[in-house]
Design a protein around this ligand. Structure first.
Ligand SMILES: *[C@@H]1O[C@H](CO)[C@@H](O)[C@H](O)[C@H]1NC(C)=O
Ligand SMILES: *[C@@H]1O[C@H](CO)[C@@H](O)[C@H](O)[C@H]1NC(C)=O
Ligand SMILES: *[C@@H]1O[C@H](CO)[C@@H](O)[C@H](O)[C@H]1NC(C)=O
Ligand SMILES: *[C@@H]1O[C@H](CO)[C@@H](O)[C@H](O)[C@H]1NC(C)=O
Ligand SMILES: *[C@@H]1O[C@H](CO)[C@@H](O)[C@H](O)[C@H]1NC(C)=O
Length: 434
């Protein structure tokens, strides 16, 4: 595996090193966290320039680490006992649009409400994921609700966990109305909904590294602090009450970080001023996920409780252009499957996530009630550059004429949009289990 650190590259001149260093600090202090869902409510036009610096991020990390991975684009994920591999396929056009809209779902987050915000080309709504070997059934809200009757389903992790849950709630709301019964935290990072019709609960837990740690902030440290061997109790303390956990992680691991194990610093990523051993984030991501899955297993086994655990794989972003220009995701059509291959970083993160789930499955072989599965959406998400809000994360962003820089979101997904497919596959996984 190649180094992910621009500072390690011997071919970089001193000047470039200093340049990168300054960029990293600007990045850290600036709005990079916007992409990580910290700043949706507070952004302003003056922050536009910072938003485009996401590209340095891409160029310095994702492209500098060609992966030596056997689970690359050729790999077909083996859904055991499943008749179909939903992870590989193509997007095909379909005139029948989404099952919900802004009228039937009143809870679409402003920054993902692309139609209301004036996204001009609505072609992205008329595509359907076609796995190579089968058809993915259209979402059936009634079936989903029946299968999760009397259950509590927790979505745990980063902003894509939230995005996916909001999509699911919109789809379910076409049949039964969810009631928000709890909310807490900045930007409502902790929430709970109750479906009275089925006595089912959905909760959202913000915990982007899954393990214990301190997130970077604009005011405080520019780096994350992660304790890789300690699960984050903010969600884990409620494990006893959860019947299913859907996990989403990965993106926050790309940020500068300091890593602890056994309460000792084991290294850091892109924190050159702190003199720790430079590490890449792959090992820490693997360790954090392993700690998480092990904690779930231990706590459930200890009490003889059942649980279903689903780990969603990495969701690629689609920034185009240079970091110092107004990069966005302006494509209006999906890629064909042969047109776009996964980058080295995306391949590696997905591989780690799949391998850790496989290893957890082996550990729970003896325990009937504990099930693990991968929700492998990396490839199907990669092919959808057209499904992000882009500049339409804001309400009519060009209403006052075309600005030089427009803040774009090419990480999260419009609702409705391609992310709805993730929940169609989730339903198939649950059906297969029952
Ligand atoms: C950034 O990522 C895009 C899309 O993945 C890629 O086309 C581009 O070459 C990358 N930029 C650099 C400088 O590597
Ligand atoms: C990939 O790994 C294999 C075995 O670990 C090694 O022999 C090979 O040289 C590596 N390839 C690259 C491109 O690093
Ligand atoms: C939303 O969907 C409902 C039910 O399918 C439909 O009656 C309504 O016209 C749609 N509203 C919009 C704004 O498309
Ligand atoms: C769902 O939450 C409600 C309100 O907190 C609670 O009364 C109910 O028992 C919960 N049901 C399940 C299945 O967790
Ligand atoms: C890092 O190392 C340099 C050179 O050895 C030293 O001057 C500096 O004080 C160290 N910084 C920290 C935070 O320990």
């Amino acid at each position: 595996m190649g180094s992910t650190n621009p500072f390690n590259d011997n071919s970089l001149s001193i000047f470039k090193r200093i340049f990168h260093l300054i960029l990293y600090f600007l990045l850290s202090i600036s709005l990079i966290c916007f992409y990580f869902d910290l700043f949706y409510l507070t952004h302003s036009p003056t922050q536009l320039i910072h938003s485009t610096t996401i590209f340095t991020y891409n160029s310095s990390i994702s492209s500098s680490s060609p992966s030596n991975s056997s689970i690359g684009k050729d790999m077909t994920y083996d859904y055991k006992k499943s008749s179909c591999d939903y992870s590989n396929g193509d997007w095909v056009s379909e005139m029948r649009g989404p099952i919900y809209n802004v009228t039937t779902c009143g809870t679409i987050k402003e920054s993902e409400n692309c139609i209301t915000n004036g996204k001009p080309d609505l072609g992205y709504l008329y595509w359907r994921w076609k796995p190579n070997e089968c058809n993915l059934p259209r979402f059936e809200p009634n079936t989903f609700l029946k299968l999760i009757k009397h259950k509590h389903i927790a979505f745990v992790g980063d902003s894509l966990a939230r995005n996916q849950l909001e999509s699911l709630l919109c789809m379910l709301a076409t049949t039964s109305t969810p009631n928000l019964i709890y909310q807490n935290g900045k930007d409502n990072k902790f929430r709970k909904w109750h479906f009275r019709s089925h006595n089912a609960n959905f909760s959202l837990y913000w915990s982007p590294f899954l393990v214990h740690g301190v997130e970077r902030t604009n005011e405080g440290n520019y780096y994350n602090t992660m304790f890789l061997d300690i699960v984050n109790e903010i969600w884990a303390r409620d494990i006893d009450q959860m019947d299913m956990i859907v996990i989403s992680t990965g993106r926050w691991f790309l940020l500068p970080s300091i890593y602890y194990e056994n309460d000792l610093v084991i290294g850091s990523l892109n924190c050159p001023m702190l003199n720790h051993t430079q590490m890449d984030f792959y090992g820490p991501l693997r360790k954090a996920l392993r700690t998480t899955l092990n904690s779930i297993i231990q706590r459930k086994v200890a009490k003889g409780n059942k649980i279903d655990v689903i780990v969603k794989t990495f969701s690629p972003d689609h920034f185009e252009g240079d970091w110092d220009k107004d990069g966005t995701c302006s494509k209006t059509k999906p890629y064909r499957k042969e047109e776009k291959v996964l980058g080295g970083m995306e391949t590696e993160i997905r591989k780690i996530e799949i391998e850790e789930v496989e290893s957890a499955k082996v550990k729970v072989k003896k325990f009937e009630g504990i099930k693990f599965e991968v929700l492998d959406i990396t490839k199907l998400a990669l092919l959808r550059p057209d499904g992000h809000p882009g500049p339409y994360m804001n309400y009519f962003p060009f209403a006052n004429g075309v600005l030089k820089y427009v803040q774009s979101d090419c990480v999260h997904w419009c609702l409705p949009g391609p992310i709805d497919t993730w929940n169609e596959i989730l339903l198939e996984i649950i059906k297969k289990w029952k």
